[in-house]
Design a protein around this ligand. Sequence first.
Ligand code: SAH
Ligand code: SF4
Ligand code: F3S
Length: 451
Amino acid sequence: MKKLFIKTYGCQMNVYDSARMADLLAPLGYGRTDVPDDADMVILNTCHIREKAAEKIYSELGRLKKLKDAKRREGGAMTIAVAGCVAQAEGAEILARQNAVDLVVGPQSYHRLPEMIAKLARGAGHALETDFPADAKFDALPENNAGVGPAAFLTVQEGCDKFCSFCVVPYTRGGEFSRPVAHVLAEAKDLAAKGAREITLLGQNVNAYRGPGTDGEIWPLARLIGALAQTEGLQRLRYTTSHPRDMSDDLIGAHRDIGVLMPYLHLPVQSGSDGILQAMNRQHTAAEYLRLVERVREARPDIALSSDFIVGFPGETDADFEATMSLVRAVGYAQAFSFKYSARPGTPAAAARKQIPDDVKDARLQALQALLSAQQDAFNAGCAGRILSVLFEKPGRKEGQAVGRTPYLQPVHADGAAPLIGRVVDVRIEAALPNSLKGVLTRTLEKVLVH
Ligand code: SAH
Ligand code: SF4
Ligand code: F3S
């Protein structure tokens, strides 16, 4: 067996892609390993979303070159591949800057890896593939094989046509593309048959999904979710990431009508200031976002909300930042991610004149994160004493312990739950700890296992 080491950066779509690359290389005799040291093949599946992403990859490649040289001195060989969004953005530049790299493959071309490796073996030199045929990629991928866990990812949509003025994704992942419904249903059925109890549908703009349906019509995400909910063995569905502009009535309705659709919504707003939202090209106002939140809560009162925020976007004043803080106070998030704006070469905002000094960004980020983490703590504390269903996914740190997630995506650990991995069970939440909840099983193991 040859050893394959994959390091994944960035979003969940990259996590999905890494798993698919492993599936693709399994027939060639590669099995995954946790350390790069003696790997026969190393893939860096990269992210380009924020500053210094490329520089970090170059320094990682420098370290890998040493391992590769050491392996060669012992008569072995290590193939190094750079995949993902930095591969797409930098392309041939990577081969030019680091000669230890053998392959550069963009996010839409990795189905060609076996062919590229074969070429390399024939001594045809370095290989570069950064084309954009997303449909061809999905058709060429094998079934999910290596390690389908209780909670699986399934990419249904890729790319983005929104062109927010700060973001590289439309350039690295290309335009919006939705996979045909039949393909998605087949992949979900296969995942469930292999033990997945929860599937998270992925897309850079997953709620913009418009896939060719089984009846010749174009299906929106809500309809796809309705069909997926019938998958045998599947107990939970989630989707991420959504854009406020694509949060349609039928999708909001799905949160009321479809039981397996979990009460959790990641709906990035980025800023609470209308001026900044406009400069970002987000195509909605703060009031429109708040109205959406209200409607989602009417449909599913217990829904947990999450968001992404950017502070220090060019031109952001104290008043703009204060508007973001008010929006956060008005919504009350269960969880959120927040970032300092970083200028991405080639995006419109990078050329804006009024860039914000780093110390101002730092102060704003700190204030925002303090508020968001207080909200998260309050949300978690509110779960103490409640009985929540938990899908146990993997062993915990302590013997016999298992870790899982609540419907609201909070991690929970429970002693003695290890035999329940892969099951959804009721758990009494005893306490909210800083990064997880502590739960106890409500029934004895014997009773749960009989059912
Ligand atoms: N498609 C998703 C987001 C994908 S990128 C959406 O529209 O919400 C994930 C997050 O990274 C974004 O939501 C944004 O908050 C952050 N991000 C993207 N570009 C950034 C930049 N140039 N600087 C700082 N944060 C950025
Ligand atoms: Fe980037 Fe905006 Fe597209 Fe999200 S919607 S991927 S932030 S351009
Ligand atoms: Fe990063 Fe590409 Fe995802 S830039 S966030 S890995 S789409």
